[in-house]
Design a protein around this ligand. Sequence first.
Ligand code: FAD
Length: 467
Amino acid sequence: MALASPGEEAGGGGAAAAAAGGGGGVGAEGVVRGGGGGGERRGGGGRRAGRALLHSSHMYHEAKSSFAHHGVKFSNLEVDLPAMMAQKDKAVAGLTKGIEGLFKKNKVTYVKGFGKLASPSEVSVDLSDGGSTVVKGKNIIIATGSDVKSLPGVTIDEKKIVSSTGALCLSEIPKKLVVIGAGYIGLEMGSVWNRLGSEVTVVEFAPDIVPSMDGEVRKQFQRMLEKQKMKFMLKTKVVGDDTSGDGVKLTLEPAAGGEQSVIEADIVLVSAGRVPYTAGIGLESVGVETDKAGRILVDKRFMTNVNGVYAIGDAIPGPMLAHKAEEDGVACVEFIAGKEGHVDYDTVPGVVYTHPEVASVGKTEEQVKALGIPYRVGKFPLLANSRAKAIDDAEGLVKVVAEKETDKILGVHIMAPGAGEIIHEAVLALQYGASSEDIARTCHAHPTVSEALKEACLQTFTKAIHI
Ligand SMILES: Cc1cc2nc3c(=O)[nH]c(=O)nc-3n(C[C@H](O)[C@H](O)[C@H](O)COP(=O)(O)OP(=O)(O)OC[C@H]3O[C@@H](n4cnc5c(N)ncnc54)[C@H](O)[C@@H]3O)c2cc1C
């Protein structure tokens, strides 16, 4: 039985586990939190909605700023926000239906409501349609996901101060949007509204945006976002809000302390991180252990300290990403079925869906340096890639970090159009322990943006051809 998911859409860890469990003959029931089950949580539903809005807003931005340059001219370009939102809602609804279909196909019983662990083999459910029930299972997988991290002094009301959920449903384009937090969600949402015409300022406590990103790539990424007119206030913390007027006044302070200032906005998006959603689901009553951050502790088989109770996805340590949650879910079910499961968190790719996209897998140069591993770096600028040049979309680079002695690839970082697709060649390379020479000697179709990865590998191993 999986406690949680699929929520608003397909792809979460719980859904994958339930489908794999049903399909694999383990037998599965999915307990899903519905609208009536304790209020809306801000969870994985933003993923596909975000992608839809990123695509729509990118189309508008291209039409506004690039089409004429390519000889495509028209007049009266305008944004129809209700239509854009309707397309996003349609896309998400279609995906939700898809997962319900998968449940049916895999013989998963779907119970809608808010579930709590009642014993190591029972989940009590407050049903969304009223009433309650108890679902029994030999094994329970907790896949309750994560929630937005709250900030002291800032109250999310989902009207003027919104989480990513609210930022995906604004009914008007804010004139001024302040984003708190320069992680991938904040930058993606900021990009959407920036493209649609908002003046976007990102306030970040840390000295850099997306701290997990390779330093060199991150710097170029920030420059690119600034070129797109996003503003950044780094090393700055938000300490209070005032929503009494028309908009919001945020009180800011330097991260190290000092003189306060005020920034005004029509809408404020809080995206300062996410926390595991593990409180209030009966963990204490059954004795399931969590760490200080509230993440459920599991062993290599995804089992908690309580026999038969498992946990996966954002609720446990590891990258908070949908594809990682899905891999967890499938591996967990394989273990339950008595087979071997495997998830390598070192080869989980990460993608920021801005334009261009930024994708990475493996270690950053900083991480390799900190580990004291002798390494080589190969870089290739998109400006030297013929496909990127031909389509006039040549901002970015590919960077490869490989072990000096063995040439084994340790990390790949790509800022390029379609980076989120190209990265999988690198994921496979890391998975198989490939060297930069392996990719450098692999024939790549011409002209493609993927050739930039081959060239960066050539540059790592010996010398790129086209620079
Ligand atoms: C705006 C946004 C954009 C994102 N974009 C990306 C992206 O581009 N790529 C990516 O990989 N990841 C992205 N993520 C992260 C991704 O959504 C999560 O990592 C992923 O959904 C985690 O999967 P999960 O199965 O652990 O939890 P979730 O997908 O969050 O699923 C948990 C489900 O459990 C339900 N639930 C919780 N408690 C209970 C309960 N007690 N009883 C019953 N049901 C319950 C919830 O309602 C929810 O439906 C994004 C997240 C956000 C918020």
